[in-house]
Design a protein around this ligand. Structure first.
Ligand SMILES: [Mg+2]
Length: 243
């Protein structure tokens, strides 16, 4: 089932104050310039092009409410490598292949409003679009398909199972920055833009030439404060490249 989210309403004027007062916002035009001439655009999945956090949803499904909560707050600040965090959590939950399949079958996938037309426009302008996620391939492929992103442009983590479907572990060794470094080396991209809600997205710039903070689903105060350009919806990004 596909549901399209409504943009959140700003609860108070704190975000707007941060948006307008922070000195880093004086460099917003620099990010916009890179955005206009980008040859590759990397989107985060959870709470960026898709509503909700897929790893937290699995944890909730498996009955680990505490892990679901910790997963959601991990994107606010990173105290240790995110890959280790994810491995620790899944080593505790140890989902089987069958549990994962049941989760995928009952999952209600929600694409963020405005993501699909923006990606369509980027493709029409000849830009390469990637999906970079700390979630798993099983969750990322359906999102990519709905957004018209090809499978080879999806970079995610892998859940490993044995022949009987029992949990073996998690394969998550690269950061989003590592992926972007590789994409730039292999494709000679000169202007890569990373768009996301989380600290790990922010940390991918550099090597990305520019980062756009996205607050359409979740506003992370540290990302809001650090991002030179922060948007609350995809329509804002679309307007900048339509003309
Ligand atoms: Mg995210």
């Amino acid at each position: 089932m596909l549901r399209v989210s409504q943009p959140p309403v700003l609860r108070n004027d704190t975000f707007e104050k941060l948006l307008t007062n922070s000195f880093v916002k004086n460099e917003e035009h620099l990010v916009k310039n890179v955005w206009k001439k980008a040859d590759a655009v990397c989107f985060d999945m959870d709470d960026t092009v898709a509503v909700g956090d897929s790893n937290a949803e699995i944890a909730e499904f498996l009955g680990f409410g505490d892990i679901a909560k910790a997963t959601q707050t991990a994107m606010n600040a990173i105290h240790k490598p995110l890959s280790l965090d994810i491995m620790d959590r899944f080593d505790r939950m140890r989902p089987s292949r069958q549990q994962l399949n049941t989760f995928l079958n009952q999952r209600s996938l929600r694409i963020t409003s405005g993501a699909k037309p923006l990606i369509k426009l980027l493709h029409a302008q000849g830009k390469e679009v990637f999906l970079l996620t700390s979630g798993f391939y099983e969750m990322a492929f359906p999102v990519a398909e709905l957004l018209g992103i090809s499978r080879e442009n999806v970079f995610a983590n892998s859940l490993l199972f044995d022949a009987t479907g029992q949990y073996l572990g998690v394969e998550t060794s690269v950061t989003k920055g590592d992926v972007i470094t590789r994409l730039k080396r292999e494709n000679r991209y000169e202007n890569v833009v990373m768009i996301g809600d989380g600290t790990n997205d922010l940390m991918a710039c550099p090597p990305a030439e520019a980062f756009v903070g996205f607050g359409g689903n979740q506003v992370r105060p540290n990302v809001l404060a650090a991002a030179k350009w922060y948007v609350m919806d995809f329509e804002t990004l679309q307007r900048e490249i339509e003309n």
